[in-house]
Design a protein around this ligand. Structure first.
Ligand code: PEP
Length: 252
C-alpha cells in the first residue's frame, strides 16, 4: 500500500520541516506493508530529506512535477535527473491541476514520465475525468486515453517492466471538494485500469500500484483500502497535518 501526500503549494519551509519530523516520529506505529510518501514543494525537498535521513526514517520523498528534458533553456523548470540527484524517490506527474491550469497534454505528461523513468524516479501518473465527462458517460474512455498515452509510448513501454510506475485515479470533481467518489465508483474505475494494464503488460500489471485520490480523509479512507483494486491513496488536504495523514496510513 502506498499512502502519498501531495502538499501542493502549501506550508512554509519551517512548517514543512516540522511536519516531516512529526511523520518520521509517527511512522513507527504504521504497519510495515504501508509505504508513506511526502511530496513537498521543490524549495523544501533538501531540508525535508535531511530530516528523513537524520531520523533514519523509512518515510519516502518525492516532487510534484518535473520537466521532460534533462537540461536546457527552460527558465524556472526542474529536471528529473536534478530530482534524482537529490535522492528523490518519486515524482507526481499529470496532476489535474497541471493538466488544467498549466495546459499539460497527455503527450507532455508521457514525455515527462519517460524522463522520470530514465532518471530512476518512480512516476505517479494522475488520471481521471471531469464532472462533465462523468455526466456524459465517458469516464472509461477518458481514463483509457490518458492511460494509453503512457502505456503505448514506445520509450516508456520498454522501461516499465524494469521500473516502477504508479497510477493515481483522481476524478477531478473529487479533488479538494470534499465530494469524494464512493468506494464503489472508485473501484469500478480501478478495475477498468487494472484490465487495461493487464492487456498491455500481462502479468506485470498486478505489480503496479493504482491508488485513489480525491477528498480522502481519516473518516472515509478505510472503505477505499478494502477494495480489491485500490492499492493506496494520493492525499492533498489531509496530508498537511501529521495527525490526519498518519490516521489514514494506519488504516491501510
Ligand atoms: C490531490 O491534490 O491530489 C488530492 C487528492 O487532493 P485532496 O485530497 O485535497 O482532494
Amino acid at each position: 500500500m502506498l499512502i502519498a501526500g501531495n502538499w501542493k503549494m502549501n506550508l512554509m519551509p519551517h512548517e514543512g520541516m516540522m511536519l516531516t519530523h512529526e511523520l518520521c516520529m509517527g511512522l513507527s506505529d504504521i504497519p510495515s506493508h504501508v509505504d508513506m510518501l511526502i511530496c513537498p514543494p521543490f524549495t523544501h525537498l533538501a531540508q525535508c530529506s535531511l530530516i528523513i535521513e537524520n531520523n533514519e526514517s523509512q518515510l519516502l520523498i518525492g516532487a510534484q512535477n518535473c520537466h521532460a528534458s534533462d537540461q536546457g533553456a527552460f527558465t524556472g523548470e526542474i529536471s528529473a535527473p536534478m530530482l534524482a540527484s537529490m535522492g528523490m524517490d518519486y515524482v507526481i506527474l499529470g496532476h489535474s491541476e497541471r493538466r488544467i491550469l498549466f495546459n499539460e497534454s497527455n503527450d507532455v505528461i508521457a514525455r515527462k514520465c519517460h524522463a522520470a523513468l530514465k532518471a530512476g524516479l518512480i512516476p505517479i501518473v494522475c488520471i481521471g475525468e471531469t464532472l462533465e465527462q462523468r455526466n456524459q458517460g465517458i469516464v472509461n474512455q477518458v481514463v483509457q486515453e490518458q492511460l494509453l498515452s503512457i502505456l503505448q509510448h514506445e520509450q516508456i513501454v520498454n522501461h516499465i517492466p524494469a521500473h516502477d510506475i504508479v497510477f493515481a485515479y483522481e476524478p477531478v470533481w473529487a479533488i479538494g471538494t470534499g465530494l469524494a467518489a464512493s468506494p464503489e465508483q472508485a473501484e469500478d474505475v480501478h478495475a477498468f485500469i487494472r484490465m487495461q494494464l493487464e492487456e498491455k503488460l500481462g502479468d506485470h500489471a498486478s505489480m503496479i500500484d493504482v491508488i485513489y485520490g480525491g477528498s480522502v480523509k481519516p473518516e472515509n479512507a478505510k472503505e477505499y483500502f478494502l477494495q480489491p483494486n485500490i492499492d493506496g491513496a494520493l492525499i492533498g488536504g489531509a496530508s498537511l497535518k501529521a495527525e490526519s495523514f498518519l490516521a489514514i496510513a494506519a488504516q491501510a
